[in-house]
Design a protein around this ligand. Structure first.
Ligand code: 4AZ
Length: 243
């Protein structure tokens, strides 16, 4: 998260880290993506977190040390728990070229503590994610756009932009294509606040509801390039089918 401030998993217990020590090293618990608890045994993240490009292996099953890290604000500490992944469903409709449908559902073998999940926004909650709404993004990702990963959880306020603004930023071609039916975009006027590499799969939250999953964007916190998120209301029923 660029332009953010420290926060903690005590306050936001549904913010979870996805890590692999064998692949990404032990110093930050092997964290490489964010994720969000949406039910006692269900965690959502981005489909692209399980891609060959992200993992460096052709199949996530090769990483038997994949863990969900819950209750660990500071990734260099041993607080909280590291939970194995009982099952992963990667959206088969995810399109790595456009990033449409960037969602995966992780099932845990054991239940998380009660109260550790956040409800997903539904299509009927559209007022919650209307343009101009202030949202919060959370993650342990890059804090500058230059590879300065956070060790401790951070959050930044971002404004949800209109589909017109998002489409103007990403009309298609080199920088990606914004698709209003399955994505939303958010940022700050003039840039400076955004999700960044390593935040992927993590939450964008409005009024106690999960409205977005960090997905893609051109760079980080640039004035003319907002962050793009998977529109949770558009994939909520798909996720529910895999809970
Ligand atoms: C990434 O590479 C990434 N500024 C995530 C979010 C954004 C850009 C890149 C949005 O995972």
């Amino acid at each position: 998260v660029v332009g953010g401030a420290p926060t903690s998993t005590d306050q936001q217990p549904w913010v979870v880290a996805l890590g692999s020590r064998s692949r990404f090293g032990a110093s930050r618990s092997g964290q490489f993506c964010g994720a969000v608890a949406v039910g006692p045994r269900t965690v959502v993240t981005a489909a692209h977190c399980f891609s060959t490009e992200a993992l460096g292996v052709s199949d996530w099953h090769q990483l038997t040390d994949l863990r969900l890290i819950v209750g660990r604000t500071d990734l260099t500490s041993t607080s909280g728990e590291e939970l194995p992944l009982a099952d992963v469903w990667v959206n088969p409709a995810f399109d790595p070229t456009t990033n449409a449908g960037d969602v995966a559902v992780i099932t845990l073998g054991h239940s998380l503590p009660s109260g550790a999940s956040i409800p997903m926004a539904q299509p009927s909650d559209s007022a919650d994610y209307a343009p101009g709404t202030q949202a919060q993004v959370y993650g342990w990702g890059d804090t500058t756009g230059h590879g300065d990963y956070a060790t401790s959880l951070r959050t930044a306020p971002v404004t949800i932009f209109s589909d017109t603004t998002c489409e103007k930023a990403y009309p298609g071609g080199g920088d990606g294509t914004y698709e209003s039916s399955t994505m939303l975009c958010a940022g700050a006027q003039g840039g400076g606040k955004d999700a960044c590499q390593g935040d992927s799969g993590g939450p964008l939250v409005v009024a106690g509801r999960l409205v977005g999953l960090v997905s893609w964007g051109n760079g980080c916190a640039l004035a003319d390039y907002p962050g793009v998120y998977t529109r949770v209301s558009a994939v909520a029923s798909l996720v529910a089918q895999h809970m």
